[in-house]
Design a protein around this ligand. Structure first.
Ligand SMILES: [Fe+2]
Ligand SMILES: [Fe+2]
Length: 224
């Protein structure tokens, strides 16, 4: 890793300075092929601990809850539960409480996203960190993380899964069961339904769509 990249990652995740990342990276070996945690506890530190260093406790709990929901929906539809779990687990790994923290990373490595509203930076930073810190190479997982907050047109199946699961996570504290049911029935229709609910919420509360990815997403999926 070049020095500049290392400095920027430490700027975004100061806790990682005290961490030997090689000790953590076990290739998600705590998960079986369907994405369930193996019963035998490993002596090794794993990616869960690494994520715990990077995000707040609350964010960590949300991440594991989204991961479990992604896995459940994926397995119902015969998709890869392990992949879904990892995507859900890492979707918010770029999220930071402090405003402006992600800007240097976006400026240096993803200047094409600089004009996006700051709340969306964490999805781009998240995909970047998933690759650089967690060594994720799977494009489905990276796409799911990179667009989980804005959505996008022509979303892949795992991107639809993570976008929806993030919005309907039971830990969010509102009744989202009807949307979970919709996702369990049909991912494509369920995703469009969650998008519609999201747009309705924005309209009702007087928010405008503030970025081109969401705008294109709503048009592409014919959200009214
Ligand atoms: Fe997020
Ligand atoms: Fe989230």
């Amino acid at each position: 890793m070049n020095n500049n990249l290392e400095a920027i990652i430490y700027g975004v995740c100061p806790n990682l300075k005290n961490v030997d990342r090689n000790m953590f990276l076990t290739g998600f070996s705590f998960l079986d092929e369907d994405g369930f945690e193996k019963e035998e506890l490993s002596e090794d530190l794993d990616e869960r601990a690494l994520l715990g260093f990077m995000v707040s406790k609350k964010r960590y709990m949300h991440s594991l809850s989204v991961a479990a929901l992604c896995r459940k929906i994926a397995l119902i539809h015969g998709l890869d539960g392990r992949k879904a779990y990892i995507a859900g687990m890492l979707h918010d790994c770029g999220k930071r409480k402090v405003d402006g923290m992600l800007r240097p990373l976006i400026e240096e490595y993803m200047p094409e996203y600089l004009d996006f509203p700051e709340w969306a930076y964490h999805q781009f930073a998240g995909a970047f960190l998933a690759k650089e810190v967690f060594r994720i190479e799977d494009e489905d997982i990276l796409e799911a993380i990179r667009f989980h907050a804005t959505g996008k047109k022509e979303s892949g199946t795992y991107a639809k899964l993570v976008y929806a699961a993030d919005k309907i996570d039971p830990l969010r504290g509102y009744d989202s069961k009807y949307m979970i049911d919709a996702m369990e029935k049909d991912i494509d229709k369920g995703f469009a339904f969650v998008l519609q609910e999201n747009k309705d919420y924005l309209t009702k509360n007087g928010y405008k769509v503030d970025n081109p990815l969401t705008r294109e997403c709503f048009i592409y999926y014919k959200i009214k």
